[in-house]
Design a protein around this ligand. Structure first.
Ligand code: HEM
Ligand code: SF4
Ligand code: SF4
Length: 508
């Protein structure tokens, strides 16, 4: 599944470019769909009348008498709601396939589950507001479905939705719920991204405009219409179903209410326990702060993608104001904080030096020692250090007599000073940096921070003395290995060319 997803994303990257790839911002598209639903809903709500004899005609009025605006808004409301479900399903599936729900990421996953229920509740409730034949069918089927639960003394279907019992209170209730449930959704969305640093909640302009245009074209081409007024005395026989929201009803026609409850409860339970099911996933120990080497500069806080580092007043009497603290159950062990810390610098003298924040299983001094060992062994005319990450193309396969490799939990764990160190202390001819595809970092921000650090746009910056033509960045997912190899070869060729020019100059 992962291979297929990466293949599809690769195709979309070629069509849209990686910054407009819709699969890279499904969460943001979810937020955007939600806002489109809210804005279009607010407009039609202004004309909506609450009552058994008022609701249907008021929706008909909006649809036909004011088709050019009210009708379009109604269609936009429906299609944006469908888009919300589609985008949410793809987002869930993508996070699942990429395994972004285990370890400390359980929080976003678990808070996503009630979102599904609430979005469905709001959508189905919306269908009832129209009070056409589809609403009648869906209301009765829902009430009968709920009657199966042993929580109501008298069956709801008898006391609630008979022709006599249906009154304006029912419409006031559903109309109130249609406003309050989205408020709960909004609150839960806020909780959903609470532990994510700099969450992407707005899609890029091009995607937002493209999606709005597509929904508007659909609204003009296939306007949403009601399916005739509800009549409790006549059971509807032929209906058009919205398969994004209402698929449960045909299911209720073929299965018993108990079986459908079992399916829904089973699926929800499976989603809830998924992060804790046994798997091959193993998280390395979380980041650790070493106060003796922490100056309280906050760079680790700024770079952590999961809000897992916080600052608190200094506790060790040192003259700095603050110290960093890791919140262990939020940390995904990406190492990006260690790449941000100024004291990770390998030019420091001590053999077993310690950085302000470290990954206990991959200390900076250990990385430097390993790198020293590997770089000293390099031979050949063009010697290269290739750095990659464990979630992307396997750089280890390209290790050779002239290429040393270093794979990190995330490329963002690489302090730029390590690149300068390889170039100037070991005189390697070039450093190539790889990792997950652009806009698709497994640890969210590692690729972006690495790009900005290497372009000297973000602290810790690559310093001016590091020659840019001896550094190459090429992002490659695990399925892009075949592209990484020729890129390495072309880098080697360009380094060889540069070396030749330099020798010629020296000889002259
Ligand atoms: C329409 C509803 C939803 C919206 C609008 C939404 C939106 C978002 C956003 C904006 C992010 C942050 C993305 C980033 O900047 O990296 C996110 C992350 C996440 N979402 Fe959702 N989400 C929704 C539903 C769900 C559901 C149903 C699930 C799964 C049950 C889910 C699972 C996750 C996970 C696991 C992450 C964290 C990914 C990571 O750690 O990198 N979401 N979501
Ligand atoms: S390893 Fe560091 S950057 Fe990564 S989640 Fe943990 S504290 Fe944050
Ligand atoms: S980056 Fe390093 S020095 Fe700065 S606050 Fe974090 S741990 Fe301390």
């Amino acid at each position: 599944m992962r291979k297929a997803l990466l293949g599809l994303e690769g195709v979309l990257n070629r069509v849209f470019g990686s910054d407009l790839n819709p699969l890279y911002c499904l969460g943001a598209l979810g937020f955007y769909s939600f806002w489109l639903v809210v804005v279009s809903g607010a407009y039609i709500y202004a004309f909506y009348k609450t009552g058994i004899d008022l609701s249907y005609p008021s929706v008909e009025f909006i649809t036909h008498e004011q088709w050019y605006l009210g009708g379009i808004m109604r269609s936009l409301h429906r299609y944006a709601s469908d888009a919300l479900v589609l985008v949410m399903a793809l987002h869930l599936l993508r996070e699942f396939i990429l395994g972004r729900y285990r370890g400390a990421r359980w929080f976003a996953w678990i808070t996503g589950v009630p979102l599904i229920w609430l979005i469905y509740a709001a959508g189905i409730n919306g269908y009832w507001m129209v009070w056409d034949k589809l609403a009648q069918y869906s209301t009765i089927a829902t009430v009968e479905w709920f009657d199966w639960l042993p929580i109501f003394g008298e069956p709801l279907s008898r006391s609630f939705v008979t022709h006599e019992a249906l009154n304006d209170r029912f419409f006031s209730l559903i109309s109130f719920a249609h406003v309050t449930v989205p408020l709960f959704i909004l609150f839960l969305l806020w909780v959903h991204i609470m532990r994510i640093s700099k969450p992407v909640v707005n899609p890029r302009k091009g995607l937002a405009i493209g999606m709005l245009l597509a929904l508007l074209v659909l609204s003009f081409a296939v306007p949403v219409l009601s399916q005739g007024p509800a009549d409790m005395a006549i059971e509807p026989t032929k209906l058009d179903i919205d398969w994004f929201y209402l698929y449960i009803y045909p299911l209720l026609d073929i299965w018993t209410a108990g079986q459908v409850w079992a399916l829904m409860a089973g699926l929800s339970l499976m989603l809830v326990v998924l992060p804790w099911l046994p798997s091959r996933f193993k998280q390395i120990p979380v980041a650790e702060v070493h106060l003796d080497d922490c100056s309280g500069c906050r760079l680790c806080v700024a770079d952590c993608p999961y809000e897992a580092v916080v600052m608190r007043p200094r506790s060790d009497g040192m003259h700095f104001l603050e110290e960093a603290v890791v919140v262990p159950d939020r940390c995904v062990s990406c190492g990006i904080c260690a790449g941000a810390c100024p004291s990770s610098n390998p030019f420091r003298g001590e053999v077993g030096y310690v950085s302000g924040i470290e990954m206990p299983s991959m200390m900076m001094s250990g990385l430097r020692a390993g790198m020293n060992r590997d770089l000293e062994k390099l031979s050949g005319d063009v010697r290269i250090l290739l750095v990659g990450c464990d979630s992307a193309a396997d750089v280890g396969k390209l290790r050779s007599a002239s290429v040393a490799t270093l794979s990190l939990p995330c490329t963002g764990m690489l302090p730029p000073s390590f690149v300068e160190y390889a170039l100037h202390e070991h005189h390697v001819d070039g450093v190539m940096i790889s990792g997950c595809r652009e806009h698709d970092c497994y640890h969210r921000l590692g690729v972006l921070w690495s790009q900005q650090r290497m372009a000297a746009k973000r602290e810790p910056r690559l310093r001016g003395r590091a020659e840019r033509d001896r550094i190459k960045i090429f992002w490659a997912a695990s399925t892009d290995f075949r592209e990484l190899e020729p890129e390495l070869e072309s880098f080697r060729a360009s380094l060889a060319e540069n070396l030749k020019i330099m020798h010629n100059k020296e000889e002259r």
